[in-house]
Ligand binder design. Structure first.
Ligand SMILES: Cc1cc2nc3c(=O)[nH]c(=O)nc-3n(C[C@H](O)[C@H](O)[C@H](O)COP(=O)(O)OP(=O)(O)OC[C@H]3O[C@@H](n4cnc5c(N)ncnc54)[C@H](O)[C@@H]3O)c2cc1C
Length: 433
């Protein structure tokens, strides 16, 4: 490295991490060192997770290998535990548990968010989130395996519990995951002559008085009606009070057993910035100025779900969405490079184009620049928008191929839950069982 070269550390390899590293290609060419630290060697395109869960898209098509797209950067697989910004040093836990200290000059905080898990008794033991590709794969296998359990259940209580699927949280993630998985189960159950579709119970529990609040009243009402027409129960103004022993107790007095509990009740900013002494707001998001610099801290930048980014178009803060995170990352990288080179900075200004939401195959809603679409057109816009936004041409082609195959052939209903215990057959063989 030349004298004057900077070591830029990017924490997180999601939308912010990957796109800011891409935006710093020029800085890397000029001799600055760019390092990205992320627990996995891929970036995941979360908006496609519901389709991974339903098996319409292969999981590998929605993750982007960081080393492939960032050849100009060093990619370190690990988790930043804490940052001592005064000393310009990050403590990183490597996959095998080794701790490494990483010195830097400039830090980009892009550690995103995690599921906002509330202290509901039994939730941590029986619930599962919907934030990662692993959770999406798990849920696909879970739903299919419950059909197998139900098919062999003698006890009616056991059958009811196996066929009860509960989602808590009626935002995009919860509605899309439920819509896709119910579609999958509805198709799959045709292969189980002993089970009737009507025996399945799909429930969406939402603490507020409506679902999909970001989409506007009429689209949200339409989505609710379409889901209810499919027999999905939507319980508004209702909370999950406990899930102990996999028996769910709701605030409306209902109590029933459910094998599958999915928690999609919002996200919470990564605790890393707060833990490391960066200024955070009451929700734990890093406070940044209009240029995406951490407020009052030299050499630190932040964006995405982990940051409280002012929305200069309508006031308030930008919502935690991918469309904001990736644009913030590009602006952040441009401003960071401009700072190094002594050029003027530009503020982050982005007016949201709207929202799109799938309700399952061929069904969706979209609000794009005020144009509202329902049913097939809404679903088509949702797909096209995300396909175009998916990083790398190769991934876009793979997804388009997966969709084409899905049009021509029935759904694959093999469940690979045994992937969670790959060593079991070998251990049994070794023990002679
Ligand atoms: C199911 C689902 C559907 C969604 N659908 C949409 C949609 O349709 N449209 C839309 O605009 N948005 C959607 N979103 C939201 C969108 O995915 C997020 O807003 C976006 O991913 C935020 O980008 P980010 O870079 O801030 O965080 P992320 O993309 O989550 O990336 C953060 C990265 O940092 C890593 N990390 C965390 N802690 C550390 C640490 N200590 N050290 C190192 N690395 C760390 C994480 O592992 C992760 O790789 C959806 C989200 C979900 C879960």
């Amino acid at each position: 490295m030349n004298a004057g070269s900077k070591r830029i550390l990017i924490v997180g390899g999601g939308f912010v991490g990957m796109y800011s590293a891409l935006g710093l290609k020029g800085a890397a060419r000029a001799g600055h060192a760019v390092t990205v630290v992320n627990p996995e060697n891929f970036m995941q395109y979360q908006p496609f997770l519901p389709e991974v869960a339903s098996g319409t898209i292969d999981a590998r098509a929605v993750v982007v290998p960081l080393r492939r797209v960032l050849p100009h950067a060093e990619v370190l697989i690990g988790e930043v535990e804490v940052i001592d910004h005064g000393a310009r040093r990050a403590t990183v836990r490597m996959p095998e548990g080794r701790i490494e200290e990483l010195d830097y000059d400039i830090v980009v905080l892009g550690a995103g968010s995690r599921s906002r898990v509330l202290p509901v008794p039994g939730l941590a033991e029986y619930g599962v989130g919907f934030k990662t590709v692993q959770e999406a794969i798990y849920l696909r296998n879970r739903v299919l395996s419950r059909l197998d359990v139900a098919a062999e259940a003698d006890d009616p209580e056991r059958l009811r519990s196996a066929l009860t699927f509960v989602f808590v949280g009626g935002g995009y993630a919860g509605v899309e995951a439920l819509g896709e998985l119910e579609d999958l189960a509805r198709d799959a159950i045709r292969n189980y002559p002993m089970l009737r579709r009507e025996r399945m119970r799909w429930v969406l529990v939402e603490a507020a008085g409506k679902i999909l609040p970001e989409l506007g009243e009429d689209l949200a009402v339409y989505a609710k009606r379409r889901l209810r027409e499919r027999g999905i129960e939507i319980l508004l103004n209702t909370r999950l009070e406990s899930a102990e022993g996999a028996v769910l107790r709701l605030s409306d007095g209902q109590e029933f057993a459910a094998d599958t509990l999915v928690w999609t009740a919002g996200v919470k900013a990564s605790p890393l910035p707060g833990r490391s002494g960066f200024p955070v707001d009451e929700a734990g998001r890093v406070r940044v100025d209009r240029y995406l610099r951490v407020q009052g801290v030299d050499g630190a930048w932040a964006a995405g779900d982990a940051a409280a980014v002012p929305d200069l178009t309508i006031g308030g803060l930008c919502p935690p969405t991918a469309q904001h995170a990736l644009r913030q990352a590009r602006r952040l990288a441009a401003n960071l490079a401009a700072t190094i080179e002594g050029r003027p900075l530009e503020p982050f200004v982005y007016r949201t184009i709207g929202g799109v939401c799938s309700l399952g195959r061929y069904k969706g809603v979209a609000n794009v620049m005020g144009v509202k679409l329902k049913g097939f057109p809404g679903w088509f816009v949702h797909r096209t928008y995300h396909l175009l936004a998916m990083p790398t041409l190769m991934r876009r082609v793979r997804i388009a191929l997966d969709w084409t195959v899905a049009l021509a052939f029935p759904r694959d209903i093999a469940q690979l839950g045994s992937l969670e215990h790959p060593r079991e057959p070998f251990e049994r063989a070794a023990e002679g069982r």
